[in-house]
Design a protein around this ligand. Structure first.
Ligand SMILES: [Zn+2]
Length: 440
């Protein structure tokens, strides 16, 4: 068996599970993963200057002839837990019918090992980097992105304090829109160029409580629920943000009439586009801030009036708004006795530049490996990734999946029988090789 597959099998056999309760994270397993990585990729560990953050996050730095346009390949090696309903062992790197199975195969040890394999191969060939190259290997993306011990944030702060501005960052992608949704004649490959913001808002009413046989006019749940219902039935205004406009423009040559015309001039035909896309809630999320009730809590017993009525609103903030805008909107419609508490908020990221050829070069690298990927387009990431930190030190932060098989197997991410096709895995290695030869 070749090294890359062996290395991925080994990587998948370490249950590097992320837990919000940090004491549950098994330090020895994380150390074991890194030791095994060193076994397979000795030249990387020999040539790179390695800095650790929060114990298990690793920043690998390879010096290039120049440091004017450094690039970074990002990834995380923590994974989410598994259920007992897998039909193959989740932590063994089981191979069957040209697929490798295991928690993390797609999210995202496959991606990470492809990065390592491509660099080790280049070092074996005596490749000299023209520009500084970094591997940013985080250990707590799944549970730590917003925590004080975020590995990604620590790496960003370190580079920032060194005055380093990255010319290019590539992290995990996972956005998906079908060709039918956009009326185009080719499968879409999406590269995320910016992310929505995230906020949890709790709407709370306090009440003396009492026995439910003699209720007051309203229980404490009514007003928070009213706000929740209002928010879900009065959606935020849809707006064409720069990422979505860029997506439509790139789709125009591949779309059927009249969509081809609308997409060429999205600002002019905005209402036609919105009218079509807002029918589909998944597409609608690309245009507007979304807010949805995710938790409700009341009394602890069925025949007791709640002393605290609480509704949690999970909000994903579109690029044209801020968390303050959303709070203001909630404040304007909430009942006077409702208190709003923000549990956590981060703002939408800036949108990466598309006008200077860097994005186009990344697309060319992908298409050189997958010639049939004719429609690779920029898009807004509606979920959150660690890459969002990097906008602070780079104008070109791209979330790209190097594996074509992700499209058909994306439903296995964070689910049972996660798998990666071995053919896509090898192509992913070639993609990163191409990226490094192009940019570093
Ligand atoms: Zn991930």
């Amino acid at each position: 068996m070749n090294r890359s597959i062996q290395a991925l099998q080994d990587a998948l056999s370490f249950p590097t599970i992320s837990y919000s309760q940090r004491s549950l994270m098994d330090s020895a397993v994380f150390e074991g993963f890194v030791k095994r990585l060193q076994f397979h990729y000795p030249l990387i560990f020999k040539h790179a200057h390695i800095t650790r953050f929060h114990q298990h996050t690793h920043l690998f730095h390879f010096k290039g002839e120049n440091d004017t346009h450094p690039i970074a390949l990002m990834g995380h090696y923590d994974v989410v837990p598994v259920s007992s309903t897998w039909s193959v062992p989740p932590f063994s790197g089981h191979i069957q019918d040209n697929y490798i199975y295991g928690r993390g195969a797609l999210d995202m040890k496959g991606h990470l090992i492809a990065v390592f394999e491509s660099i080790e191969r280049l070092l074996e060939q005596g490749y000299k980097f023209n520009q500084d190259l970094y591997i940013m290997m985080g250990h707590n993306e799944e549970t730590g992105s917003d925590e004080a011990d975020s590995g990604a944030e620590a790496m960003m702060n370190h580079l920032k304090s060194c005055g380093i501005k990255l010319h290019l960052v590539i992290d995990e992608g996972g956005n998906y829109i079908s060709k039918e949704q956009l009326h185009v004649n080719q499968d879409l490959t999406l590269i995320g160029i910016g992310e929505k913001g995230y906020m949890d808002v709790r709407a709370i009413v306090n009440d003396p409580g009492g026995h439910s046989s003699t209720p007051p006019k309203h229980s404490a749940l009514v007003e928070p629920m009213k706000l929740g219902v209002h928010v879900e039935t009065h959606k935020f205004k849809p707006v064409l943000n720069p990422a979505t406009v860029a997506m439509f423009k790139a789709c125009a040559p591949f779309a059927s009439f009249p969509h081809s015309l609308y997409y060429r001039y999205p600002q002019i035909f905005k209402w036609f586009i919105l009218n079509d896309c807002l029918q589909d809630p998944k597409l609608a999320a690309h245009f507007r801030t979304t807010a949805v009730m995710t938790m409700v809590s009341g009394a602890s017993s069925m025949n007791v009036l709640p002393q605290v009525g609480l509704v949690n609103l999970n909000v994903r903030i579109a690029p044209h708004q801020t968390s303050q805008d959303i709070l203001k909107a909630f404040n304007n419609v909430k009942g006077s006795n409702v208190r709003l508490e923000v549990d956590f908020a981060n703002e939408p990221t800036p949108i990466s530049r598309l006008d200077d050829g860097v994005f186009d070069d990344v697309v060319s690298c992908l298409q050189s490996v997958y010639p049939s990927m004719s429609l690779v387009v920029p898009s807004l990431m509606v979920a959150a990734t660690d890459a969002r930190y990097m906008h602070e030190i780079s104008d070109h932060v791209f979330r790209a999946c190097p594996f074509e098989s992700m499209k058909e197997d994306r439903h296995t991410v964070h689910a049972d029988n996660e798998r990666l096709s071995l053919d896509s895995f090898e192509k992913g290695i070639l993609f990163f090789t191409k990226i490094i030869k192009t940019f570093a």
